[in-house]
Design a protein around this ligand. Structure first.
Ligand code: PEP
Ligand code: MG
Length: 593
């Protein structure tokens, strides 16, 4: 009997958008393979046979992984493949192997049972720790255990590459090795119950440019094989069995997106310049090292925001200077001659790490966050500063300080860097002397005193995510008041204009690195306000470049003057929409604000 004869009614689910684009197609449920694991005690004379069986399965798994790693490297150019490397490292770990052998030789368990017990023990102890990073490592371990078990049981693999025709994959979870198997011609999109923005599956989907929404919680139980599905990877929406009108709307959006993607490929290597020849630099924002190459592959002119605090999260100890240096150096080397802007530790607010022991606060966003934390913890801060200035030597690095509220904080950081330089010089270390220092302008007090701050820095970068929340007193993470989080509020726009004009008067370049940099409607204003650099997630770069190349700076300037005189966000956005309709109508679909 078929699982279902009548299609369920249209249903819309919201999840985390991890890879943009639209996919429309039939669902294929990718079921987890369930093995029955034989468990029996073995006789003394069978021990060697079981050990050989286990060793063979281990070797086969290794060969498979190496093959997958190669396919992946071929498919995704130079993408860093730490997770396959990590799987291989786990396989080579004598502790894992010895634990299984002990279970076989001393406890007389058959190989499958021994493997099951050892892996379950590891997986359970890691799963009990509440930590996003570790839960992703649990997924790695689980994926690996399944792979070895399949080889022990001599089962054939359930592979995504075996799928016939085109499909949208619906799964509880997808392992990196599942994702890498995806052929773009067959797998047109996917949606899963689990996963986070930094999960490997998310990274791979972006690298393969397959539209994907993850973290949908229960998509796998709501969708049936063969259901019609829309995956809107740009907005994190999955629609099950869409009605005709919705389907038509998305088909139009799909056609526009496809046309765009083709055009975007062509403009990747072109200059980011308006029709009347005004240049605006486009750089990438990164959180993890895997994104470095993605920025380069999308035509980013450097890294405009390296959120370094992500290197401190999901761990119980602080990273050493050596660890930080290795990653910072990699970024500098890969990005040169373009710049890497290392944003110093922005811990606190909504980002906490076990390693920091920050106590609970009533208002963490107004509390012990970012530079406030760093100045109170000079050891942690000095370690990071030292790693940055040493790494910068291998490319073109700069330092950027978050959550500046007054110039005094910048002066203190400069004093610390000065002392560090003395020590490094004494120790004959290689480092960038007089590294460029920038302030993030995210707090109104810094915006209002920008003339003072400009005299102490080499550049400024406007963090619009925080500037909006601090200017409007609207918590950026509180969904109850999200309708009040309005980046087009006249107060925000006036502030950005004031910051830019004042910094320019002092010959200081101005960057924008908040999410707003990649919002088409805001980008146009930034062009008209003379912003020098926009930094955004890698995937947004080509599209924003296309927008910049299709407008005139002169017109954008006129638009800015007009909107700055308007009374509220509604009027302002309508004025920008008029501009888009007239000058670059293909961007109307990007009206997401
Ligand atoms: C910002 O506030 O706009 C910003 C870029 O920093 P973050 O989002 O990391 O706070
Ligand atoms: Mg910020």
């Amino acid at each position: 009997m078929s699982r279902k004869t009548v299609k369920t009614k249209m249903m819309t689910l919201k999840g985390i958008p991890v890879s943009p684009g639209i996919a429309i197609g039939k669902a294929h449920i990718f079921d987890e393979e369930k093995y029955i694991i034989p468990k029996y005690k073995i006789e003394l004379e069978s021990i060697q046979k079981e050990i050989t069986k286990f060793n063979q399965a281990l070797q086969k798994t290794k060969n498979e992984l190496k093959k997958i790693q190669k396919v992946f490297t071929d498919k995704i150019k130079n993408e860093k493949l730490d997770f396959f490397k990590m799987h291989l490292l786990i396989l080579d770990d004598p502790y894992l192997k010895d634990s299984v052998l002990i279970e076989i030789a001393e406890n007389n368990k058959n190989a499958e049972w021994a493997l099951y017990d050892v892996m379950s023990k590891h997986i359970n102890s890691l799963s009990n720790i509440e930590d996003e990073y570790l839960s992703e490592r649990v997924a790695d371990l689980y994926d690996l255990a399944k792979r070895i078990m399949k080889n022990l049981l001599k089962k054939r693999e359930n592979r995504l590459s075996d799928i016939e025709g085109k499909a949208i994959i619906i799964a509880k979870n997808l392992a990196p090795s599942d994702t890498v198997d995806m052929e773009k011609s067959k797998i047109i999109g996917f949606a899963t119950d689990f996963g986070g923005r930094t999960s490997h599956t998310a990274i791979v989907s972006r690298a393969l440019e397959i539209p994907a929404v993850i973290g949908l919680e229960d998509v796998s139980s709501k969708v049936h094989e063969g259901d019609n599905i829309i995956v809107d990877g740009s907005n994190g929406i999955v629609i099950i069995n869409p009605e005709e009108g919705t389907l038509k709307e998305y088909q139009t959006a799909y056609n526009i997106f496809q046309k765009y993607s083709e055009e975007l490929k062509k403009i990747k290597s072109l200059d980011s310049i308006t029709l009347d020849k005004k240049r605006i630099k486009l750089a990438g924002n990164i959180e993890i090292r895997e994104e470095i190459e993605s920025v380069i592959n999308h035509g980013g002119q450097g890294i405009g925001l390296f959120r370094t605090e992500f290197l401190y999260l999901n761990r119980t100890t602080l990273p050493t200077e050596k660890e930080l240096f290795a990653i910072f150096k990699e970024a500098a080397e890969k990005t040169k001659p373009n710049a890497v802007i290392y944003r110093t530790l922005d811990i606190g607010g909504d980002k906490f790490g076990e390693a920091f022991k920050i106590t609970d606060e009533m208002n963490p966003f107004l509390g012990y966050r970012a530079i406030r934390f760093c100045l109170e913890n000079p050891e942690i801060f000095n370690t990071q500063l030292s790693a940055i200035i040493k790494a910068a030597y291998y490319g073109n690095g700069a330092i950027m300080i978050p959550m500046i509220s007054s110039v005094d904080e910048i002066i203190k950081v400069k004093e610390m860097i000065g002392k560090l330089e003395e020590t490094l010089t004494k120790n004959n270390e290689k480092f960038t002397k007089d590294i460029k220092i920038g302030a993030m302008i995210e707090i109104p007090s810094a915006a209002i005193t920008i003339d003072i701050i400009s005299k102490e820095v080499d550049f400024i970068s406007i963090g619009t995510n925080d500037l909006v929340q601090y200017t409007l007193a609207v918590d950026r993470n509180n969904s109850k008041i999200s309708h009040l989080y309005e980046p087009f509020h006249p107060a925000v726009l006036r502030l950005i204009k004031t910051i830019t004009d004042s910094a320019h008067k002092n010959n200081i370049p101005v960057h924008v690195c908040g999410e707003l940099a990649a919002e088409a409607m805001a980008t146009i204003l930034f062009v008209g306000m003379d912003i020098d650099e926009l930094s955004m997630s890698a995937i947004a770069i080509p599209e924003i470049k296309k927008l910049i190349r299709s407008i005139r700076y002169k017109d954008a300037k006129i638009l800015v003057n007009k909107v700055l005189k308007l009374n509220n966000a509604i009027e302002i956005k309508n004025e920008i929409r008029k501009f888009i309709s007239k000058n670059t109508p293909e961007f109307l679909y990007k009206d997401t604000v």
